[in-house]
Design a protein around this ligand. Structure first.
Ligand code: ZN
Length: 314
């Protein structure tokens, strides 16, 4: 009998789910909306009902389901407890226990969504073939995940992998979402890159194709213009790449992974961006020739369901 693991990735807009073979082959994926009304109290019920209905439709017996893994968009303690999850409205809840109960005692394991996505990329994505990776997701914010020996390193306070909030820039005056100043997220997220471009456009009057976008300039505008050789856009990319290179060097000397996997919308700039990061990473790690490779994530929005399935499939 073929045995199945279920991967669940809870997001602020939708919950993605997938049925996986033990070897990691994705058999079927689907999603349901995240109903956030009444402090998100219906989300897990919807997930459980949807899983039961899909299993029935696919004629899969509960006995052949090994369990489910769950990615949660917020801090998760080692026992699955979630004190607060702003994105969903959850407070004081153990989603892992609740979902298990709703699914008739099915084993459920959980983790923070960024960490779980990193696990997915290690298993079947950009980090396939490696056991030790750090994933950095450059999206609206900056997320991260640390995988050592094929396991998530969540830390003792849920802080491990919060790479976006490592302080990296002393002169920053604006306040980050976390309350700090000078976080990685403030310079290397899509939002941060656009802001960096606005600051540069205001500070100098050199011609640039970015000027036509004014305050509406986006990270994609910056990266596209830099690729096309726009001087001001290139300066922005150099700034971003330098901070990311510095970050990766510090992470290398802390945990020395085999690979850094770069994902998120900003990573669509591809090898062009990686090359800039790598230039500075090499500059900041003269201590050894032999160090982590830097590459791109491959699973996109499916990384979360892959990683969640890996949680339960071991
Ligand atoms: Zn921060």
């Amino acid at each position: 009998m073929q045995r199945i693991g279920i991967g669940i990735d809870i997001g602020g807009t939708s919950v993605k789910m997938g049925l996986f073979q033990e070897d990691g082959e994705l058999l079927y994926k689907w999603e349901v909306p995240s109903r956030k009304e009444e402090a998100g109290r219906y989300i897990l019920e919807d997930v459980a009902a949807s899983i039961l209905s899909v299993l029935k439709e696919k004629d899969i017996n509960m006995d052949s389901v090994i369990g489910a893994g769950l990615g949660v968009p917020g801090p998760v303690l080692p026992d699955g407890y979630v004190g607060v999850c702003v994105n969903l409205g959850w407070r004081d809840i153990n989603p892992r226990q609740e979902l298990s109960r709703m699914l008739g005692g099915l084993p459920v394991l959980s983790g923070n969504d960024a960490n779980v996505a990193a696990l997915g990329e290690m298993w079947k994505g950009g980090g396939k073939g490696y056991s030790d990776i750090v994933m950095i997701t450059l999206g609206t914010g900056v997320g991260g995940g640390v995988i050592i020996n094929e396991k998530i390193t969540a830390g003792k306070h849920g802080l491990a992998g919060e790479i976006g909030h490592i302080h990296i820039r002393d002169e920053e005056q604006e306040v980050c979402n976390c309350g700090g100043r000078g976080c990685v997220e403030q310079v290397a997220s899509a939002t941060g890159i656009a802001r960096e471009a606005r600051r540069k456009l205001a500070a100098v009057d050199t011609p640039s194709r970015l000027r036509e976008f004014g305050a509406q300039v986006t990270a994609k505008h910056v990266l596209d213009a830099a690729k096309a050789g726009d001087g001001l856009a290139l300066e922005v990319v150099e700034t971003v790449g330098r901070y990311l290179g510095l970050l990766l060097a510090q992470l290398s000397m802390t945990i020395d992974p085999q690979m850094f996997v770069i994902g998120g919308g900003v990573s669509k700039a591809g090898r062009f961006l990686i090359d800039v990061i790598e230039k500075y990473y090499v500059e900041f790690t003269p201590i050894s020739e032999d160090k982590a490779v830097i590459g791109l994530a491959k699973l996109g929005n499916d990384a979360g369901i892959y990683g969640a399935a890996k949680l339960i499939l071991g």
